[in-house]
Design a binder for this molecule. Sequence first.
Ligand code: ZN
Ligand code: ZN
Length: 242
Amino acid sequence: MTSNPDRLNGTPEQHQGHRWYGGREVRTREESIDELLELIWILREKGVTDLNSLLQNTTDPEARAVLNQMMGQGLFEMEGDILKFKEKGESLAEGIVRRHRLTERLLMELFEMSEEEAEEEACKLEHVLSPAVTDSVCSFLGHPPVCPHGKPIPQGPCCKKLTGEMKPLIRPLNDLALGQEGRVVFISTRVKDRLEPLSSFGVIPGIIIQLKQRRPSYVIQIGETSIALDESIGREIFVKAV
Ligand SMILES: [Zn+2]
Ligand SMILES: [Zn+2]
């Protein structure tokens, strides 16, 4: 399955993995499996591993049949009432939870979506994000250890590769060292009304800025031009160090 970028603004009917009948969503079997893997993972985080609790926590009317299929695929096994991941199921679940929680961070922090909207989108994107895109999002966000709800985000290869300090790839302008240069990646929506004066000074995405001074005010240099900025504006201009 490929992800559909239009999905961010589109109608549910466009989403490939879901079918809708009269406002009711019908999941594909693959998605039902994903949802149950995710639920098993989330319950296990709370120390809950029995089948009854799992069945009480799912809204999937076919949960029992799906679970049987999953067991047949070697995703988990039963020890009495207790459900135990097998390696394959555990790593699939880990990937789904990782994609869900990273998407939450991306949508809530960067796009300033409400918790409700972010949750809805994260539930869809967790099925479709490719490993490469997931690791790019993770690096972009600075390999965050937790989601906006404080729940742990399972690490991916990108996080494990890191040595030393984990710094986000994209940081506020204020975080540059004095004399350091950064390319403007985006300007936060919180300063939309201030965008016009900024862009008239040439502060637009793609441009390279050097941080010249922090005190008494922030001074940046673009080409030959020096501009003084409020500290609060510097926090809303996001750059990638070059
Ligand atoms: Zn969360
Ligand atoms: Zn990472």
